[in-house]
Design a protein around this ligand. Structure first.
Ligand code: AHZ
Length: 309
C-alpha cells in the first residue's frame, strides 16, 4: 500500500516508501563469506516510525476496553497472564508495567545469585511453561532465574490476546458505586508514562489516560517506591482502613498464605503476589518463587469466575 506523505516534496523523498519490497529470504549461513557485498534492505526513517506508532496506537485503542488489566509484570503478574490468556484466548488482556523491563524481582534468585528455587508443587507450573529444572526432592532449582522469567515472558508476549504496556504505570483506579453494600467497585485503571508519573511534583498537571476493565488484577509487589500500589490507594480512598504491613521472613508460613489468600479484595480488584502480604500482614518468603507462580494461577482462576458467570 502507498503510505500517505505530507507534501509533494516529501512524496518525492519518500519515493521508495510505497511498494512492499520483496527481498529474497536468506539464512544466516548464506551470509558467510559474503560481507563485501553485504547491505541491509533499504528503508526510510518514517517507515520505522510508522511501523511502531501505528501498532502502538492500535493497541491503545483496542485495549482502552479490556477484559482484564494486570498491574505489574513481575513473577506473579506474568504467571497470572500466562494462565489467563492460555485458558481464555477470547479475553483481551492488558499488562501495565511501570518499569521499562518487565520481570520485577525475578531476574535473580536471591541476593545476586543466579539459581531460582521453587518449592513443590510449583514444579507443575514450570512443566506447563516449559522451564527445565533440577529436582531436589521437596523443591526444584531453575539454573538461572532469568531462564524462568525470559521463558515465561516470551510465552506471554506470543499470545495474541495479551498486550504489555511497559514504561507505563497505574497511577489510580477507576471506580464506580457498587451494588448494595459493596461500597465501590473497581472498573479499570488510570495510567501514565512512568517518566511522567515521576514528575508530577515538578511539572504542571499532566493528565493521565485510562483503561476500562471489569477485572483488575494487581500484582505490584511489596511496599517500596512503586510497590503495593493498588492496596495503598484503597487505603487512601478509605476503602480499606489500613494495611496489615508485610511481616518478617518465614518461607513456610509465607508461601502457603500468599497462595491461599490470593483473592478479590474489593469488587473488581483481585490482588496476588507480594502486594497481598501488605494487605494481610503476611510474612515474606524471600528468595523462593513457587508462591508467586501459584498465586498467579489462583489469581487467574479468580478472574475466570467472573467470565464464567
Ligand atoms: O515495576 C514493578 C514490578 O515489575 C511493577 N509495578 C509496581 N507498581 C506499579 C504500578 N504500575 C505498574 N503502579 C507497577 N506496575 O510491579 C512489578 C512487581 O513485581 P515484583 O517482582 O516486585 O512482585 P511479585 O509479587 O510478582 O514478586 C515478588 C517477589 C518476591 S519479593 C520477596 C520477599 O522480599 O520476600 N519474595 C519474593 C518471591
Amino acid at each position: 500500500p502507498t503510505l500517505p506523505t505530507a507534501t509533494p516534496v516529501a512524496a518525492k523523498l519518500a519515493s521508495h516508501d510505497g511498494a512492499v519490497q520483496k527481498t529474497p529470504q536468506v539464512s544466516v549461513d548464506d551470509m558467510h563469506g559474503n560481507w563485501d557485498s553485504f547491505a541491509f534492505a533499504p528503508i526510510r526513517e518514517s517507515q520505522v516510525s510508522r511501523a511502531m506508532t501505528r501498532r502502538y496506537f492500535a493497541d491503545l485503542d483496542a485495549h482502552a476496553e479490556s477484559d482484564v488489566v494486570i498491574v505489574g509484570a513481575g513473577s506473579c503478574g506474568l504467571s497470572t497472564a500466562y494462565v489467563l490468556a492460555s485458558r481464555r484466548p477470547d479475553l483481551r488482556i492488558a499488562i501495565v508495567e511501570a518499569s521499562v523491563s518487565p520481570g520485577g524481582g525475578a531476574w535473580l534468585g536471591g541476593q545476586l545469585f543466579s539459581a531460582m528455587v521453587m518449592r513443590k508443587p510449583a514444579d507443575a507450573f514450570l512443566r506447563e511453561v516449559g522451564v527445565p529444572y533440577e529436582d531436589e526432592g521437596a523443591y526444584v532449582v531453575v539454573r538461572h532465574a532469568a531462564l524462568f522469567t525470559s521463558t515465561l515472558l516470551s510465552k506471554v508476549l506470543l499470545m495474541p490476546n495479551v498486550k504489555l504496556f511497559n514504561a507505563t504505570c497505574v497511577e489510580d483506579l477507576i471506580t464506580r458505586p457498587g451494588e448494595g453494600d459493596e461500597g465501590i467497585r473497581v472498573a479499570g485503571v488510570v495510567t501514565n508514562w512512568t517518566l511522567v508519573s515521576m514528575h508530577h511534583d515538578d511539572q504542571s498537571c499532566m493528565d493521565p489516560n485510562t483503561i476500562n476493565a471489569p477485572v483488575v488484577i494487581s500484582t505490584t509487589g511489596h511496599d517500596g517506591p512503586m510497590g503495593a500500589f493498588c492496596v495503598k490507594r484503597l487505603v487512601s480512598m478509605q476503602r480499606i482502613e489500613k494495611l496489615g504491613g508485610m511481616r518478617g521472613l518465614d518461607m513456610n508460613a509465607a508461601e502457603d498464605a500468599i497462595v491461599k489468600n490470593t483473592r478479590e479484595i474489593v469488587p473488581g480488584l483481585i490482588v496476588g503476589g507480594m502486594e497481598l502480604s501488605e494487605v494481610d500482614g503476611a510474612n515474606r518468603m524471600g528468595p523462593t518463587f513457587g508462591a508467586m507462580a501459584l498465586s498467579g494461577v489462583k489469581a487467574a482462576e479468580e478472574a475466570l469466575k467472573v467470565f464464567e458467570l
